[in-house]
Design a protein around this ligand. Sequence first.
Ligand code: SAH
Length: 267
Amino acid sequence: MSPPPPNEDDVISQHDSSSIPQNRPISTIVIIIAMQTEALPLVDSFQLTEDLNSLFPIGTPWVRYHGTYKGLNINIIWPGKDAVLGVDSVGTVSASLVTYAAIQALKPDLIINAGTAGGFKAKGACIGDVYVASEVAFHDRRIPIPVFDLYGVGLRRGCSTPNLVKELEFKVGKLSTGDSLDMTPHDEASILANDAVVKDMEGAAVGYVTDLLKVPAIFVKAVTDIVDGDKPTSEEFLNNLSAVTLALGKAVTQVVDYISGKSISEL
Ligand code: SAH
């Protein structure tokens, strides 16, 4: 007989057991962003400079922009361009690697994963909406064997931020992550099972690493395309990318302004 499946509270990791003190002011923030277009408005807004002596292994395309803003040590980490193809290194593999490397090198008090996402209009998402993810999970790691199925879904909770989302009036919803921009019927069924409002290609991978290393993480996702609408995703994504990245930049700046001077337990 196989053992009974674990119940939800046993399988969802929370960041409350963080090794980082919850009550001292946040000082170092790492912002993980997959695309340069998404990163640049924030590099501008925080007046960051690109690190010329990389903290990361030689040969990696990973880029750090850093500086001080409102008393916070801010680092934006962008996985850079693929060395052969020259496009942004989007997706879960790069996202988890840079998250791991950035935590090792910078020991941040908080990770923010900021980016664009597809949204489901059936769940109330509109183009330009900014969501803070309550939970992140994968939709393309199907392992139909008891317990491995839950491992594949990889559900993690984001850092609890009731005051922040209320004050800044962000929408809150679940985020589902997979390595494809499009959505197969299999993916769609898993996303529905994950009860997600937004869909991206990095969040749950960042969540896996921040949970492993016990660093609180906030996921801020701005909707570039409606997944259950009638427009092709890639076309809609590219049409809305520059306008929505400005909205994302504004939202992340508000989040950082709010964080300044506060501890994790005050968020
Ligand atoms: N053709 C694009 C490729 C970007 S991939 C380009 O011009 O480079 C899409 C990126 O935006 C990923 O980082 C992903 O996290 C996010 N994203 C936006 N809409 C998405 C959707 N509908 N599904 C999955 N990821 C999406």
